[in-house]
Design a protein around this ligand. Structure first.
Ligand SMILES: NC(=O)c1ccc[n+]([C@@H]2O[C@H](COP(=O)([O-])OP(=O)(O)OC[C@H]3O[C@@H](n4cnc5c(N)ncnc54)[C@H](OP(=O)(O)O)[C@@H]3O)[C@@H](O)[C@H]2O)c1
Length: 412
């Protein structure tokens, strides 16, 4: 099967490497080799592949021998236009590009179905973790009620390091940038947009309908401080940036936010650059996928799994994806959490007011004090709807004159 790669960067070069390294195995699985006929890139020279390097997309588009194209350029434009034109010609397309899948996935999936070819995007969520195909194939008979994941290795690395070293966010980010674990412009990762795009793709996969990442409440980790981490430690919890979707009686809930998770949660042990995705189904119960959510070879491996699927399903549309019908996501206020609140002053004399706004009858009164700090204390609230929490928080501050310096949502 003749193929082309568009974008020979980290992932594109990784795909070429995996195709070469695992050539025999791929031939055995597919019955034929995957031969790279073109590599499209901006740069003038790729020493190991100058013989097939091109700069003109139309060569790929108009070459009838090319049956499969791997898009690893990133970004929405011109990736979207290129993929669309290839699908319209009936060529299979495999991408690792979450931006284009999130923004234009439903149109591309429809076009693939109209032209009886395939558009695969396994590597767009969870890098080397096979979550898209797992949802599509393995959980096809399940009603999925929740998918919650640590979907961004950069933020997970920063939060893990903050806990290990006790250092603040800015210092840890600088260190991560020095080591190459965070981009020089880290906004897409640390402000949660990367996780939000992946969460939108997971919700679209699970619901079968389209969801926009702009409709998902998104909060990053910029405001997580070393003091928050110290409270997490005292509570035997970890703070993790979660992307979460839930389906309850035809209603969809979703958010991206840093959340305190308890030791009993399988996501608790997902440290460093690793990703974990907890999936709950009505008959399945809870399962978790774990692995490298990014990186050259793990991501390339997922792309190659799509290449093999394309070679195996050469002559028909396989149906992985979702429709163009939009789903509505319930407002953030209708999600329920426990909250760690950091209250100004010491806890003496505060029990009654805290109980009135944040604890149910019979809940125990367990203020959390940090060593050496006398200016604030922490309390874990009972489970509350987010809208009630904000209302109560405001009323509490007005009534008591005590500020709530910061809060963190908590699960479990
Ligand atoms: N890196 C990861 O761990 C990872 C994991 C999962 C998914 N992804 C996704 O995979 C995609 C690729 O990521 P990457 O890390 O491989 O990026 P990258 O290293 O920047 O590679 C992109 C390559 O595409 C080339 N390119 C950009 N625009 C082009 C155009 N219009 N025509 C031809 N070539 C073009 C770039 O050339 P120049 O360098 O000259 O601009 C570069 O060689 C992104 O969508 C990313 O989100 C990455």
């Amino acid at each position: 099967m003749q193929a082309a790669i568009m974008g020979y960067g980290t992932i594109g070069s990784g795909v070429a490497e995996v195709l070469e390294e695992n050539r025999e195995q791929i031939v055995k699985k597919v019955g034929e080799g995957i031969e790279l006929k073109y590599i499209l890139d901006i740069r003038d020279s790729i020493p190991e592949h100058n013989d097939i390097l091109i700069h003109d997309f139309s060569l790929i588009e108009n070459d009838p021998e090319i049956e499969l194209v791997i898009e690893t350029m990133g970004g929405i434009h011109p990736a979207y236009e290129y993929i669309m034109r290839l699908l319209e010609k009936g060529k299979h397309v495999v991408t690792s590009n979450k931006a284009v899948v999130d923004a234009c996935g439903s149109k591309l999936i429809r076009t693939a179905s109209e032209h009886q070819c395939n558009f695969y995007f396994e590597a767009s969520v969870g890098g080397g973790i096979p979550v898209i195909r797992t949802i599509y194939h393995n959980y096809a008979g399940e009603k999925l009620t929740e998918i919650t994941g640590i979907l961004n290795g950069t933020t997970n690395y920063i939060l893990t390091k903050m806990r290990e070293s006790g250092a603040g966010f800015a210092e840890t980010l600088r260190e991560a940038q020095k080591l190459g674990y965070a981009e020089q412009d880290p906004s897409s990762d640390i402000d949660g947009f990367d996780t939000s795009r992946k969460t939108a793709i997971l919700l679209s996969m699970a619901s079968g309908n389209r969801c926009r990442h702009e409709d998902i409440y998104t909060e990053g980790i910029r405001d997580v401080s070393d003091i928050d981490i110290a409270y997490a430690r005292k509570l035997s919890r970890n703070i993790r940036l979660l992307g979460s979707v839930q389906a309850v009686e035809e209603k969809y809930f979703a958010y991206v936010a840093p959340v305190l998770i308890a030791r009993a949660d399988p996501l608790y042990m997902v440290d460093g650059v690793f990703n974990g995705i907890r999936i709950v189904g009505n008959c399945l119960g809870t399962t978790m996928l774990y692995g490298m959510g990014a990186g050259k070879l793990p991501t390339a491996s997922a792309v190659v799994s799509d290449i093999i699927a394309a070679a195996r399903h050469k002559s028909h549309f396989q149906g992985i994806g979702w429709s163009e019908k939009m789903i509505e996501i319930e407002p953030m206020g209708s999600n329920a959490f426990r909250y760690l609140i950091r209250v100004e002053g010491m806890p003496d004399g505060m029990e009654q007011d805290i109980r009135e706004y944040f604890l149910e009858d019979g809940s125990s009164w367990e203020p959390v004090l940090l060593d050496g700090r006398t200016d604030e204390f922490g309390i874990m609230t009972d489970v509350m709807f987010e809208s009630d929490f904000h209302e109560n928080r405001q009323e509490f501050e007005e009534k008591t004159g005590r500020r709530i310096f910061h809060f963190l949502r908590a699960l479990g």
